[in-house]
Write a protein that binds this ligand. Structure first.
Ligand SMILES: CC(C)(COP(=O)(O)OP(=O)(O)OC[C@H]1O[C@@H](n2cnc3c(N)ncnc32)[C@H](O)[C@@H]1OP(=O)(O)O)[C@@H](O)C(=O)NCCC(=O)NCCSC(=O)CC(=O)O
Length: 489
């Protein structure tokens, strides 16, 4: 039961936040000061001085040395911080561009669809939230599409190499400096793997720790991040990791009539992101603060909601269930509970606790308070899974149109690029010059399983040459657009 917050007076709320979030300063500090002064007044100056003289050196040493060594021990036992050095997203070549009009035409000329199917796909394409500049590999420009293994490999190479080339150029880090490589791609998995393709292309070292994650859906980019974080924390200080997130669009090639399997053609598009991470802070742009993963695959409805399967006629495709949006909502709820406990200021937690007690214990008919996540985050990168997915997240977190703008504009400009979409959104925020030092970013990925995975970042250094050299270089000035569905529909 997500609902709107109780209407605290506009002026009272900031005061409430100030007091509750700085309880230590407001209550504990004056209390301690009063107690010390009271004691001092009782003893008098001579008594205090004589007591101080009576202190032995060993006491002074203990008072200084003990907290210092405890603090050192604490710092040494903590896991090392992991930093993002830089990231890059691929803007595919312009010969891959597909407009809604050309996609509709391809659907109309498809030998597999009847009138009902053509009508359905035309509506879906127009209402999907995608614009006229998204990209599909040239194998999709044939009627019907001609998706071979070598086409899939060609697509993967195009998007991955574009992103990684860009990343190496931006950071001036040589490929030989990479100690760890993690790649993820859910649907297209050739042998040798995508990780091997990257090692071969950039001639990475033979002792590299490489991992490829497949079949883990659109939120696997956050899983890659967690794997990178764990490998970096186990490697020597200052080790360097390359992470690549992508999806092969050949999964949307489907020659049947099942609507849930036709739908992916109206959503998924080409794209990839490459990210450089390290335990060294020297070139860092963001600090990784938290990763929170939720997996609801134990429930059959969630488990069945996205799958690669064969339809009744034996045609293979990616199936999206109509349950997807509600399943995503449930996974999100579980995920935000944990994220909220990690990031929310005390004032928001207290308001939630009060409304929870009033509702569940005192059985009052009030709505459960939805914490204002904007007190903890300045930016939101929500997986651009589809218009309905973004709408659902916006309403369940009570976010403003501006909060979800990066997600909607990414869907419009690049389509659903699966696990890399979060990085196109971060690039959007930076291209719009909205990122400041200290800002916190919440990345929320959704995908098959069902999974909802979050990553929380804090900005150390915003990008200096904003839109140039990003996937948004040629289009950021056109955004934001209003009423996207009406525009394309
Ligand atoms: C597709 C839409 C843009 C359509 O927008 P509309 O405003 O028209 O939506 P709507 O709900 O009224 O649906 C319109 C028509 O589409 C049908 N419809 C909708 N979803 C369907 C589905 N999954 N299977 C079959 N039919 C479906 C409805 O029944 C209805 O049919 P009729 O009109 O005939 O009654 C939206 O529903 C949407 O964004 N859905 C979520 C897309 C999604 O699943 N994204 C996640 C991708 S997976 C991912 O990103 C993660 C991963 O892969 O791991």
């Amino acid at each position: 039961t997500m609902a709107s917050p109780p209407h605290l007076n506009k002026h009272l709320k900031p005061l409430f936040q100030l007091v509750v979030n700085n309880l230590l300063v407001f209550v504990a500090a004056p209390l301690t000061a009063t107690m010390v002064l009271h004691k001092a007044a009782q003893l008098g100056p001579e008594e205090i001085l004589s007591r101080l003289h009576g202190l032995r050196q060993v006491h002074v040493l203990l008072v200084v040395f003990l907290p210092l060594s405890l603090a050192t021990l604490y710092l040494m036992s903590r896991p090392r911080s992991v930093y993002l050095i830089h990231y890059a997203c691929c803007r595919p070549k312009s010969n891959c561009r597909v407009s809604i009009g050309s996609s509709v035409e391809n659907v109309r000329l498809s030998p597999y669809l009847d009138d009902g199917g053509v009508d359905f796909m035309t509506r879906m394409l127009k209402r999907s939230g995608l614009g006229d500049q998204t990209y599909l590999h040239p194998s999709f420009h044939y009627i019907p599409p001609r998706c071979s293994l070598s086409d899939g490999r060609d697509e993967a190479e195009q998007v991955i190499f574009a992103a990684v080339d860009d990343l190496f150029a931006k950071t001036c880090i040589s490929p030989g400096a990479i100690d760890i490589l993690v790649t993820n791609c859910s649907g297209f998995n050739p042998t040798p793997s995508l990780a091997d393709i990257v090692v071969n292309k950039y001639k990475l070292r033979a002792d590299i720790r490489s991992v490829h994650i497949s079949g883990m859906g659109c939120s696997a980019g956050v899983i890659s991040l967690e794997v990178v974080r764990n490998l970096l924390q186990a490697a020597p200080q200052g080790a360097c990791a390359l992470m690549v997130s992508t999806e092969g669009t050949s999964i949307i090639n489907y020659a049947g009539k099942n609507r849930g399997m036709l739908l992916p053609y109206a959503l998924f598009r080409m794209g990839a992101a490459a990210v450089l991470l390290s335990t060294s802070k020297s070139m860092a742009r963001f600090r990784l603060m938290h990763i929170v993963r939720t997996l609801t695959a134990a429930h059959d409805r969630a488990y069945m909601c996205i799958s690669m399967k064969e339809d009744h006629e034996g045609e293979t495709g990616a199936y999206l269930s109509k349950d997807l949006v509600s399943v995503a909502g449930e996974a999100l709820k579980a995920n935000i509970k944990e994220v909220g406990s990690l990031v929310l200021p005390r004032s928001e937690k207290l308001l939630f606790a009060i409304s929870f007690i009033a509702r569940k214990v005192l059985r009052r008919k009030i709505k459960l308070y939805v914490p204002d996540f904007r007190t903890a985050f300045q930016h939101f990168c929500i997986h651009s899974g589809g218009r309905a997915v973004i709408d659902a997240v916006q309403s369940s977190l009570s976010l403003s149109d501006r909060d979800v703008e990066p997600s909607r504009m990414t869907l419009h400009r690049f389509g659903n690029t699966s696990s890399s979409s979060l990085w196109y959104e971060l690039a959007y925020i930076e291209a719009k010059r909205r990122m400041r030092k200290g800002h916190r970013v919440w990345m929320i990925g959704f995908g098959s399983g069902f999974k909802c995975n979050s990553a929380v970042w804090q900005c150390i250094r915003p990008a200096n040459n904003t839109a140039a050299g990003t996937p948004w270089a040629d289009s950021i000035h056109l955004y934001p657009l209003n009423n996207i569905s009406e525009e394309t529909g």
